[in-house]
Design a protein around this ligand. Structure first.
Ligand SMILES: Nc1ncnc2c1ncn2[C@@H]1O[C@H](COP(=O)(O)OP(=O)(O)OP(=O)(O)O)[C@@H](O)[C@H]1O
Ligand SMILES: [Mg+2]
Length: 458
């Protein structure tokens, strides 16, 4: 497996080299071109001067000597007639002159020409200027020896620079790749540790700048924290649940013992024991059913959303409960249909949980109001019972929480009702509000948002 750092590093360096080579090539070409152009200008200038000189002196008056004054190192000056026949030549470079014999016929105004010399290939610059009404031509040729030297130097500089840049890029790339990879490597290490130990754990966020890597680390940590919370909840639930089951089981066990010791003969006692055992067993049964329910609720996204007519739904529930409990429960609504988008079965369950509490914790009549405000459909359940102490209102939504354990024991609750109701309403993006006064009664308001969008996508 090739490490991603190595990959990034090699790729950036290769790319960098490509760019550098291209730039070097362009620089080199431009340099050559401008230098040759400069030399050309100088030669033309010289040619102009020479022609002026020729025109002012008499042809027989030692033209050769004059021309020799114009010679620079490694060059020649020629004058030719119309048919390109050599009239004069002065040179201080025999080899150049020899090599360039006859070449001049082919050129127009300027030309560079490669000749091989004792130092290898060398460039020669030639310019031609006609004069004397085109009857004669002046030609100057010059070996570009300086250019050769500068060319070599430039090439060396460029090569050294390129190698240096590649090295720097390699180092820089390594540093960059390391910087990017460190948090990822960190994360991998942590994940491996989690995998080995089975214990979720967060990573330390190192770089302080806000970037994707930090987001990645933070997201990872958030996920781990959620897992930790869930695990903690699970643990808590198991311990709470076993604790809850312990009491009825102890009761059952002691009554069973009683039966075994004195049992069957003592009819009255047997009757009492069996009754208690039956009632506790029923309690356990109900409780386990609730546990299962809670487990499915916590899976989230379990809603089956439909349009629900709250008036009809409430009527049905009230009818059922009235029949079973023989209590006075009245429904008040303003005659307008109240339609919500919700999971009908779940909402029904919430209403039953709330009514069950109202029935259990009061003896008077119970009233249910269906209302609507700007943003919510509201189900308001009112009882005139024992009420809830103010400081307990926040607690009663906790799992297994009951205000008065002894009292609730008689009414046979497990303290899960409101917790389940709250979870369901939370899934619907709604809210439960409780207003209560001890000894006077309780008012539970169920708020369901009218515009709750696509609930299952939340
Ligand atoms: N309408 C009410 N009047 C007075 N107290 C209430 C009322 N509703 C809830 N409570 C108090 O809040 C506690 C928690 O209620 P919750 O419905 O969660 O549990 P429960 O009724 O005890 O048991 P479960 O509903 O699981 O059978 C109750 O034990 C009770 O003390
Ligand atoms: Mg309840």
């Amino acid at each position: 497996m090739m490490k991603i750092t190595t990959k990034i590093n090699l790729l950036t360096t290769a790319w960098m080299l490509c760019i550098l080579i291209l730039i070097n090539f362009v620089v080199f070409l431009l340099f050559m071109k401008t230098t040759v152009n400069m030399e050309k200008d100088i030669l033309f200038q010289k040619a102009g001067d020479i022609i002026k000189e020729i025109n002012t002196t008499q042809p027989s008056n030692g033209l050769k000597g004059e021309l020799e004054d114009y010679l620079t190192e490694h060059s020649y000056i020629r004058i030719m007639d119309q048919k390109n026949k050599l009239i004069y030549e002065v040179t201080n470079d025999k080899l150049l002159s020899k090599k360039m014999k006859g070449q001049s016929t082919l050129i127009k105004q300027t030309k560079t020409h490669l000749i091989s010399t004792e130092h290898g290939e060398e460039e020669v610059l030639i310019v031609r200027v006609p004069f004397n009404n085109g009857n004669k031509t002046l030609e100057i040729g010059e070996r570009l020896r300086g250019l050769e030297a500068r060319k070599e130097m430039l090439r060396a500089i460029l090569i050294i620079c390129t190698v240096l840049a590649a090295l720097l890029s390699l180092l820089g790339g390594r540093w960059l790749a390391n910087m990017i990879m460190r948090p990822i490597a960190n994360m991998i290490k942590t994940m491996e540790e989690i995998e080995k130990s089975g214990v979720p754990k967060t990573i330390t966020v190192q770089n302080k700048t806000k970037d994707e890597l930090q987001t990645l680390a933070r997201t990872f940590n958030r996920m781990i924290n959620r897992l930790l919370i869930n695990m903690e909840r699970q643990k808590q639930f198991v311990s709470d649940a076993s604790h809850e089951l312990k009491t009825p089981l102890t009761v059952i066990k002691s009554y069973a013992n009683l039966l075994r010791r004195h049992g069957i003969e003592n009819n009255e006692m047997a009757e009492e024991a069996l009754k208690a055992i039956h009632s506790e067993a029923t309690r356990i049964q109900k409780m386990t059913e609730t546990f299962l329910e809670l487990a499915t609720l916590e899976k989230e996204n379990v809603l089956e959303i439909n349009e629900v007519n709250l008036v009809n739904l409430s009527k049905d529930i009230l009818k059922q409960l009235k029949d079973v409990y023989k209590r006075d429960i009245t429904l008040h609504y303003e005659g307008i249909p109240i339609i919500i988008r919700a999971d009908e079965l779940k909402i029904k369950q919430v209403i039953i949980i709330l009514l069950d509490n109202a029935i259990k914790y009061s003896n008077d009549r119970i009233e249910v109001f269906l209302k609507k405000d700007q943003h919510h459909s509201i189900i308001d359940i009112k009882d005139y019972g024992i009420g809830i102490p103010k400081e307990e209102i926040d607690n009663i939504f906790e799992r297994f929480y009951r205000v008065d354990k002894a009292r609730s024991r008689e009414t046979g609750g497990s303290g899960l009702g409101l917790h389940i109701a709250k979870s369901i309403i939370k899934l619907h993006k709604g809210d439960i509000k409780i207003i209560s006064k001890e000894g006077t009664g309780t008012n539970v308001e169920l708020l369901l948002p009218i515009n709750n969008g696509n609930l299952n996508k939340l």
